[in-house]
Design a binder for this molecule. Structure first.
Ligand SMILES: Nc1ncnc2c1ncn2[C@@H]1O[C@H](COP(=O)(O)OP(=O)(O)OP(=O)(O)O)[C@@H](O)[C@H]1O
Ligand SMILES: [Mg+2]
Length: 448
């Protein structure tokens, strides 16, 4: 049997003495006097369970206890509270929000030992789940177990140190910038800068000086020399986001830079050599833009030496629950008021079936909202704002949809009325005959 460790904050040795009298096999008690001592102990000796006495003997403030509980995620805390303290509203809400359980003083040791046993069980369960999650730390922080993402990762690995231009395609929110950062961070250019420019967000009249920089006095208002993004990326990576929004005249200038590997600041005639890797991203189809005449074909070939396409979230089979869990853990860790520790099975089902037009970013936003709004222990569909997507059966025609809705209404009303057809018919405002006819039509058997 494994030995379980329990820390007890008990300045007056009130409980410690009683515990010492008991012979408790396979539980190691560590008695300390304050939250600071408890923190020190826990940094050396992990304990599954912590006990803290909330009564007059407590030398620390409630905030200090709260910060200890918040900082020790691997320990389940049990409060031993004096009855007078339990009458204080702030103590009550603190105990309800932060503790696994509580006992009022004086404690019944046998009952307390049972609670400790349960809390140890939960702590071990949480630890084993956390270990499983850590084992899946993603590929450079990009999570996904689906076959489509696994083959994406294989391609990504080959691309990283090739030092060639990369064009990343994919719908909005699929992780294009994350991938660009991963390429930079794991390539031999990782010590150099990563300079990102969103071509769609810079006003057209400023984009030239944003990319190429300018000399002092190059134009009205140019009071100082400015180093452009391309020059700033020297030795590193230049990430051009939304490259499809780059105006045509700038496309010509960029093409020249890629051919000559030098830039000339606005207002200067002096070319400056630059050494950078270019990574571009687009959520629009550049082939289509070439057809429309809004994107240069020669630039496209320069940029897409390697093309990486991020699949939309809806086609990453099985990845939604995994991503949801990872994102939830990250967001709830920063939100001490969130009491939820997972999702309802309905929420997981609905999330898996949803189309995610905004992809991973939308998933993050919905979970963030749920972490803030959720009041229960599990996040449900309404916390995620997905009520409208609950189990809508996929119907081929409007007639099919109506039939399926009729069938569900009949079944629900029968169930709610204990299978009594007369009562169900009355509830729906139809005659018994009509009700039977509808049951017949939808193949619903009358059960007694
Ligand atoms: N597979 C993933 N695992 C973990 N986090 C992800 C994953 N994909 C995307 N993210 C996160 O989702 C958010 C959106 O990703 P990112 O900004 O890279 O998307 P994008 O494709 O550049 O979107 P847009 O087209 O809207 O600019 C970021 O917070 C990113 O860290
Ligand atoms: Mg982006």
């Amino acid at each position: 049997m494994t030995t379980r460790s329990v820390v007890l904050i008990d300045p007056q040795s009130y409980i410690s003495q009683q515990i010492q009298k008991l012979v408790i096999e396979n539980i190691n008690f560590f008695c300390v006097e304050s939250t600071v001592d408890a923190k020190n102990l826990l940094s050396r000796q992990p304990c599954s369970v912590g006990l803290v006495i909330l009564d007059r003997s407590l030398q620390d403030s409630l905030e200090e206890v709260e910060s200890l509980v918040a900082a020790t995620a691997k320990t389940e805390w049990i409060a031993l509270v004096a009855p007078a303290y339990m009458e204080m509203a702030n103590v009550r809400s603190f105990v309800a929000n932060a503790f696994y359980d509580y006992h009022t003083l004086p404690v019944d040791l046998q009952r307390l030992l049972m609670t400790i046993g349960h809390a140890c069980g939960i702590a071990h369960l949480r630890l084993s789940l956390a270990k499983k999650e850590n084992a899946d730390s993603g590929h450079f922080g990009i999570h996904g177990n689906s076959a489509i993402m696994q083959s994406f990762f294989q391609r990504l690995d080959k691309v990283i140190n090739a030092d060639l231009a990369v064009l990343i395609g994919g719908e909005t929110g699929t992780g294009k910038e994350l991938v660009a950062q991963a390429i930079h961070g794991h390539s031999r250019r990782s010590k150099g800068p990563f300079v990102a420019v969103n071509c769609g967000a810079v006003p057209q009249n400023l984009i030239q000086s944003e990319l190429f920089g300018h000399e002092r006095g190059a134009f009205t208002g140019a009071q100082q020399r400015k180093i452009g993004s391309i020059e700033a990326a020297n030795g590193g990576v230049l990430f051009l986001d939304e490259i499809g929004d780059l105006p045509l005249n700038m496309q010509a200038n960029l093409l020249r830079v890629l051919q000559e590997r030098t830039i000339t600041r606005l207002g200067s005639t002096q070319p400056v050599p630059v050494d950078f890797r270019i990574i571009a991203a687009t959520h629009v189809d550049l082939q289509q833009a070439i057809q429309n005449g809004s994107f240069r074909e020669d630039l496209y070939y320069r940029l897409s030496v390697i093309q990486l396409d991020l699949p939309p979230l809806r086609s990453r089979d099985g990845d939604v629950p995994l991503l949801a869990e990872v994102i939830f853990k990250r967001l709830s860790a920063n939100n001490p008021h969130c009491r939820a520790n997972g999702f309802t099975s309905q929420a997981l089902r609905v999330m898996s079936a949803y189309r995610w037009p905004g992809n991973v970013r939308e998933l993050i936003n919905r979970i963030h909202r749920a972490v803030i709004l959720c009041e229960g222990k599990l996040i449900g569909v309404s916390d995620l704002g997905l009520d409208a997507h609950v189990d809508i059966p996929e119907a081929k025609t409007l007639e099919d949809a109506r039939a399926s809705l009729d069938r569900s209404i009949l079944e629900i009303s029968l169930r709610n009325n204990g299978n009594n057809v007369s009562r169900a018919a009355r509830q729906l405002g139809v005659s018994r005959v009509t009700f039977y006819r509808m049951m017949n039509k939808h193949n619903i058997a009358a059960t007694h």
